[in-house]
Ligand binder design. Structure first.
Ligand code: IFM
Length: 486
């Protein structure tokens, strides 16, 4: 178990002691009966950081010439968001970024992954850049560098300019050229200081939920729309990487996928078949085109109507890194009405613990994902670009928020990173999702993923125990006998 004293000793200078709960030992959940955890010893140079995305934290949706995005439209449509909220203010990071960077510096984070909002840069999705929009990312970048936190930017985390959606968005092939132009504008301005660039965040999630299921923006439905959106995102990613590499050969260029092992929830053969289809939609339709220049066999006929000559060669492009977002395994069943290729989520294995999202807690699944990249995709340099958990945290008390379950979740996934590295996976860093409690898409503000609590009425930030834990890891403090959550 982490003792308060250990954390205080390990605490980087400047981090208020009040960031810790009054009495961590008392606040902890009962120790797990499991065997003692091995010591966490991440290799030298391993990057520890945090991730966020523009629409989820920035707010300031009408400032400095920003255009509307599909998430503005969607969240302002009655009935779309669980708590009726939107990202108009969110964490107000647009105005409070300096405070947020300061907290990252206090945590000792080596890097920060944020996303650039396309409609700040091109309000209508095309044409000359909106300079005040780019200025914001310039200020953020400079502040990060001044505080020793390396910026890692993602060019697209789901906030497409609404003007492009009005022309079909990702289902219109024209978006490939638009995205490539946008990427070049952003990197021309920031590429001298931001060394690592991800093109897209979780294209499969965006394609499935935004274009087939319709519970995310832009709210389109139908498998055909999924196929078009997924293929055009694959193309846009390849096209942007090629253009950026030609202009900026020294930058680290890659992309970010949500990956999960997919398993049949039962022993039935139809569930096994469903797992193959689900796996293609979630994982393979991203991985195979990028690394092998083809769609998985089971998807090839579906994509055929969207593929033009040369497309598969254009999508297959060497990447300097792959970002892996990992939350848990998928346990699936055959379901003719299921949104993902006639498959749906089934029960988790008995006894599996879950987070507030009802997602299974399965750290070993991260090792499996990274081993698959090692064995089937040439062992690319990887970063865990998102991993974390939503919990119903207690309200801040005495300037602290105790979140032992999230802390244990992070600890267990860092240990999984350690195992993957020992097993030869080229994993180079871990970014927790998320720096701040934020706008969790269709769930609004009802789900908290942050290592920093945000009071959405006052916008006050309060670091949680998980923040202090990561600060201890970042500072190299002993964490061998550590906190156990439920
Ligand atoms: O909040 C999201 C993020 O935007 C993308 N990956 C999963 C997170 C948790 O749902």
């Amino acid at each position: 178990m982490i003792r308060r004293r250990d954390l205080l000793l390990a605490m980087p200078a400047g981090l208020a002691a009040s960031a810790l709960p009054r009495d961590l030992a008392l606040a902890q959940a009962a120790p797990s009966p499991a065997a003692p955890q091995p010591e966490l010893k991440l290799p030298p140079g391993f990057i520890l950081g945090a991730s966020t995305s523009s629409y989820q934290i920035e707010g300031a949706v009408n400032e400095d010439g920003r255009g509307a995005s599909i998430w503005d439209t969607f969240s302002h449509t009655p009935g779309r968001i669980k708590d009726g909220s939107n990202g108009d203010v969110a964490c107000d990071h647009y105005h409070r970024f300096a405070e947020d960077v300061e907290l990252m510096a206090q945590a000792g984070f080596g890097s920060y992954r944020f996303s650039v909002a396309w409609p700040r840069v091109q309000p209508d999705g095309a044409g000359a850049p909106n300079v005040p929009g780019l200025d914001f990312y310039d200020r953020l970048t400079d502040r990060l560098l001044a505080r020793g936190v390396k910026p890692f930017a993602c060019l697209y985390h789901w906030d497409l300019p609404q003007a492009l959606q009005d022309k079909g968005g990702w289902t219109n092939r024209d978006v490939v050229g638009r995205f490539t132009d946008y990427a070049q504008l952003v990197v021309a301005r920031l590429g001298d200081r931001v060394p690592r660039w991800a093109m897209l965040n979780e294209p499969s999630v965006h394609a499935i939920f935004g274009h087939a299921f319709g519970n995310h923006a832009p709210g389109m439905t139908g498998w055909k729309n999924y196929l078009a959106a997924q293929h055009h995102m694959n193309l846009a990613q390849g096209s942007a990487i090629r253009a950026l590499r030609a202009a900026h050969p020294k930058l680290g260029l890659g992309t970010v996928f949500s990956l999960q092992p997919v398993l049949p929830a039962t022993g039935k053969p139809e569930d096994a078949a469903a797992a193959v289809r689900f796996d293609a939609a979630w994982n393979g339709n991203n991985l195979d085109p990028l690394f092998h220049g083809r769609y998985p066999e089971i998807s090839a006929a579906d994509f055929a109507p969207f593929i033009r000559e040369g497309d598969l060669d254009a999508i297959k492009v060497p990447v300097d890194f792959l970002g892996v977002n990992y939350y848990g395994r998928a346990h699936v069943v055959d379901d003719p009405n299921g949104v993902i290729a006639g498959a749906g989520w089934g029960p988790h294995p008995p006894g599996t613990r879950t987070t507030a999202m009802a997602w299974p807690i399965e750290p070993q699944g991260l090792v499996e994902v990274l081993a698959r990249l090692r064995d089937d995709y040439g062992n690319p340099q990887t970063f865990v670009t998102e991993n974390g958990a939503a919990y119903d945290d207690p309200a801040p008390k005495g300037g602290a928020v105790d979140d032992p379950a999230r802390t244990a979740f992070i600890r267990d996934h860092l240990l999984a990173c350690q195992r993957a590295i020992t097993e030869g996976c080229a994993l180079k860093g871990y970014y927790v999702w998320s720096l701040l409690d934020n706008f969790e898409w269709a769930e609004g503000y009802s789900r908290r993923f942050g290592i920093i609590h945000v009071d959405f009425a006052t916008l006050q930030r309060t670091p949680k125990t998980s923040f202090a834990y990561l600060a201890a890891v970042a500072s190299g403090a002993p964490t061998g006998t550590i906190l156990t959550g439920p």
